[in-house]
Design a protein. Structure first.
Length: 689
């Protein structure tokens, strides 16, 4: 992807060597007139060269150093990046105004800066920025390499909350002609502002981009300190073309209170991301299970950062038709793979992929013109997801994950814990069934969202379906206890009969089933697991280990256990009523019916245990079958050759038959004494000899 330009960020070059980092003067971000700039009232930003700048933070044994130039990389300051909250882009504004409120004085103040309200002299067209805190300005800034996903997550994690109590002079009356001071168009050395389609504001100076709120002078001074540090470092790397790079820059504070200038560098020509010092490989992965195997594999991880950068800063960029067509081809393949494979690794299901393809078809590409920022956001976010999937599934490597329900790592068989096997017996083997389902849903710390969505839907159906029969059994227990012969003719006695005790137990179990189903159904609503990120977070917290998965399988089995034991205990109470103190005929009839029912139920259970031969639907299954056949072929050939040799030796060593044109139907004449039991059939005649 290349960017369009009218103003070069670097030195003047020939027309055929235009720099890749440029700025377009569009209607949305038009150049500010000289008069407007002079009227801003913005104080001149201190020169970063005159401020205390530290390129290396002094190492201290008492704390962990976060400098970019040290080998140990802090995980707290620069994590691999958590998944973006699914609600960040889906929640609509809930602010409404009724007719009665329209005449009232607005309670919501006008636009303000984080550190204070707008201030402006009468007649000024722009507002002054609040003065920075001198102590904060004097703090040193340290460089720290981070992936682009870290900066993207900061956009959602550090959103400023509007504090009405800090406003000194909220706008209570709109002046004539809306004469409210506006923000300055240019800040500091020349930072220009853009509004992301999501609504956040970001800033750009030449080839530097940041989401930091630069209307705060403290942030402006500190971000320019970090910018100078990066420029000095780039001067030492002569192999880096300054015309083909863009730098993402953010401010962060570590646990020691030091200010970090978090940065990454993208190569717009190679569509790659790099840093000026070594970094930990774990920075590029959200999980420790994914290891980088080579430069090609690393390329997918750096491509994720590149397209995340394009998604965060979408203005003044060109989209090639080849890029959009390639993305549509990937989505079409995802639809095909989901339709034809039971264990597809596609990140989208059939319906979502189809809707995304329809969205991409609406994107219009105009050659040599900047694409709309909304289109850049769509393409950038989708490509970041595609490359992320390729990275975590070892795309193009020897160990590529072809089936979503199979691990890419060497599998070692581990027996279930003893307590898990005990619970499986008590819970009628239901935990083992749920454990197997979870094993194909949560593989290598990755969630198969289609399996998980289907699994949650089935659990919801099972829990809802078991409430009705539990209610019926509960009513039956109440009616059973009301029988006079069971209730000792209404007499209150301390000792209860066996039928009453078992019925009490059945009542408690059915009530437990109803309560457990209600709670679990509310905890696992489909709306709470609508996004793959939510499902991954849920399973990572509960099924991150083998023991955790076993606990989760038992948890899902509790309603089934309550219901099954409630039915069995109620059956015991009924059998006791039928057999205790009754006649022989009653007992025989009841026992016969119980025996027949038991046999039929056992037949049904046994029918479910029959393992139908599964069809070979995946290429990996076919290859495994072919591997087994090839492995057994030498043994089978040797056995067949040995058998033929033995038969040939037997025939040659024995007496020859005088009838050469006859074949025997029966035992071998060599091993049979005499002609007893032998019958010859002639080839030339239909008569038996």
């Amino acid at each position: 992807m290349s960017t369009a330009a009218t103003t070069s960020a670097g030195p003047t070059m020939e027309a055929e060597h235009l720099p890749a980092i440029q700025v377009i003067a569009s209607e949305e971000h038009a150049s500010v007139s000289t008069l407007a700039i002079r009227a801003t009232g913005l104080e001149e930003c201190p020169n970063p060269f005159d401020l205390p700048i530290t390129r290396h933070r002094p190492p201290s044994p008492a704390r962990r150093v976060s400098s970019v130039f040290l080998d140990d990389t802090p995980e707290a300051e620069c994590p691999g990046g958590s998944e973006r909250p699914s609600s960040s882009a889906s929640h609509a504004s809930s602010i409404t105004l009724s007719c009665g409120q329209a005449m009232a004085q607005p309670s919501t103040p006008g636009p303000t800066y984080v550190s204070g309200p707008y201030t402006a002299e009468p007649g000024a067209i722009t507002a002054d920025l609040p003065e920075p805190d001198p102590k904060e300005v004097e703090k040193k800034v340290y460089l720290a390499p981070v992936p682009a996903t870290f900066c993207s997550n900061l956009r959602y994690q550090r959103r400023e909350m509007l504090d009405l109590t800090r406003l000194e002079a909220p706008i209570t009356q709109i002046p004539a002609k809306n004469a409210i001071p506006a923000r300055p168009e240019v800040l500091g050395k020349g930072w220009r502002q853009y509004v992301h389609p999501e609504g956040s504001r970001y800033f750009r100076y030449q080839n530097f981009y940041t989401n930091t709120w630069l209307f705060d002078k403290t942030n402006l001074v500190q971000i320019e300190k970090a910018m100078v540090l990066i420029q000095d470092e780039l001067m030492r790397h002569h192999d880096v073309s300054k015309d083909d790079i863009e730098i993402g820059l953010e401010l962060s504070v570590d646990e020691d209170g030091d200010i970090l200038g978090c940065y990454y560098i993208v190569d717009t020509r190679k569509e790659d991301t790099f840093w000026l010092s070594p970094i930990a490989a774990s920075f590029l992965s959200d999980t420790d299970t994914v290891k980088i195997l080579g430069k090609e594999h690393l390329g997918y991880a750096t491509a994720v950062s590149y397209w995340t950068h394009m998604y965060m800063f979408p203005h003044d960029r060109e989209l090639s038709a080849e890029t959009v067509e390639g993305l549509k081809s990937d989505l079409n393949y995802f639809m095909f793979d989901k339709q034809t494979s039971k264990s597809s690794t596609a990140p989208y299901n059939l319906e979502d992929a189809h809707r995304l393809v329809q969205t991409l078809k609406e994107i219009s590409i105009e050659p040599d013109r900047a694409a709309r920022p909304q289109y850049v956001v769509i393409v950038g976010r989708l490509l970041a997801i595609v490359f992320q999937e390729r990275f975590i599934r070892y795309h193009g490597e020897r160990y590529a994950q072809l089936d979503s329900d199979r691990s890419v790592y060497l599998e070692t068989h581990h027996d279930r814990h003893l307590w898990f096997r005990m619970f499986s017996w008590i819970f009628f083997w239901t935990p083992q069934i749920y454990y197997d389902r979870l094993s194909i849903t949560w593989v290598d710390s990755k969630v198969n969202y289609d399996h998980w969505k289907t699994f949650i839907g089935e659990l919801q159906s099972d829990w809802a379906a078991s409430i009705t029969p539990s209610t019926v059994i509960l009513s039956a227990n109440v009616g059973f206890l009301a029988i006079q012969s069971v209730d000792n003719n209404g007499l209150v006695v301390p000792n209860r009969s066996m039928g009453q005790i078992v019925s009490y137990i059945s009542t408690m179990l059915t009530i437990g089933n109803i309560v457990a189903c209600t709670i679990l159904a509310r905890q696992h609503r489909e709306t709470m697991h609508r996004y793959a990120e939510a499902a991954a977070a849920y399973l990572d917290a509960r099924a991150g280990s083998k023991q955790g998965m076993e606990v989760l399988a038992i948890l899902f089995s509790i309603p089934t256990a309550f219901f099954a034991w409630g039915v069995l205990t109620f059956l015991v109470a009924i059998i006791w009523l039928c057999l205790w103190g009754t006649s022989l005929a009653t007992r025989v009839a009841v026992c016969v019916v119980i025996g027949v029912c038991t046999l039929l139920i056992a037949w049904i259970v046994h029918n479910g245990e029959w393992q139908a031969q599964q069809g070979i639907s995946t290429l990996s299954a076919k290859m495994r079958r072919m591997h087994k056949l090839v492995k057994k072929a030498p043994v089978r050939m040797a056995t067949s050759f040995r058998t033929l040799s033995q038969r040939a030796m037997t025939i040659l060593s024995g007496p020859l038959s005088p009838r050469k044109k006859s074949r025997w139907s029966g035992p071998d004449p060599v091993d049979t004494p005499g002609d007893i039991g032998l019958r010859t059939l002639s080839y030339g005649s239909d008569d038996a000899v």
